[in-house]
Design a protein around this ligand. Structure first.
Ligand SMILES: Nc1ncnc2c1ncn2[C@@H]1O[C@H](COP(=O)(O)OP(=O)(O)OP(=O)(O)O)[C@@H](O)[C@H]1O
Ligand SMILES: [Mg+2]
Length: 188
């Protein structure tokens, strides 16, 4: 057995990384450049437009117009740079018809019909996008997870992975279906 001295002193505890509590009025605001979605009401809901690296969830009843609204936003934002619209629900052809109906087929609007999150991640990281739309949370899947698309296990993982992508790459708009109970929560 060996005797060991135990230090009681707590004076060397490191300072908090972000400092201690301070009055909110003394906090300097972060300067963020907001990007307009082209739709005044959506901008208002977002507090003036999309923030860089924002992650937005658009929920709504089936057939309410989620895909149409996001395609419109995608077309508008593509005026300032490339935008990627990923559909795991419809074919590229169907999306093209819808875009044609909306009256715009901008050069910078890219369409991808894909549900595999691994391929989606590669495409998002492959270049700089002004905006990426993922339609929808319940149909994208991770092939390494055994449960079906839309199940709790899949939805949690997909949502977290897309959030990480938004923080690291570009703003992401994600479509979420609302079920009959009015909830976006998947069946257990
Ligand atoms: N603002 C609008 N005014 C009138 N019709 C609209 C509007 N937005 C969408 N629609 C029409 O409503 C129908 C459903 O739209 P859309 O497919 O965009 O809905 P959704 O919410 O994506 O549906 P789903 O839940 O099946 O994915 C389409 O026929 C579309 O043309
Ligand atoms: Mg849709």
């Amino acid at each position: 057995m060996e005797q060991e001295a135990v230090s009681k002193s707590s004076k060397s505890s490191p300072p908090a990384v972000n400092g201690g509590p301070i009055p909110i009025g003394d906090v300097e605001s972060d300067h963020v450049e907001r990007v307009s979605t082209g739709i005044l009401e959506v901008d208002r809901v977002l507090g003036g437009g999309m923030v860089p690296n924002g992650y937005f969830l658009l929920g709504g009843d089936p057939g309410i117009g989620k895909s149409t609204l996001l395609l419109q936003i995608a077309a508008f934002v593509s005026r300032t740079g490339p935008v990627l619209y990923i559909t795991a629900e419809e074919s590229k052809g169907q999306t093209r018809i819808r875009a044609g109906r909306l009256g715009s087929l901008p050069e910078n609007l890219y369409i991808m019909a894909e549900g595999n999150i691994q391929h989606i991640e590669e495409s998002i990281r492959a270049q700089t996008w002004q905006l990426v739309v993922v339609d929808s949370l319940q149909t994208v899947f991770d092939p390494d997870v055994e449960s079906a698309p839309g199940s709790v296990g899949q939805v949690r993982g997909i949502a977290a992975r897309l959030m990480r992508l938004a923080k690291e790459a570009c703003p992401i708009f994600l479509v979420g279906h609302v079920n009959k109970e009015g909830s976006m929560r998947p069946a257990a």
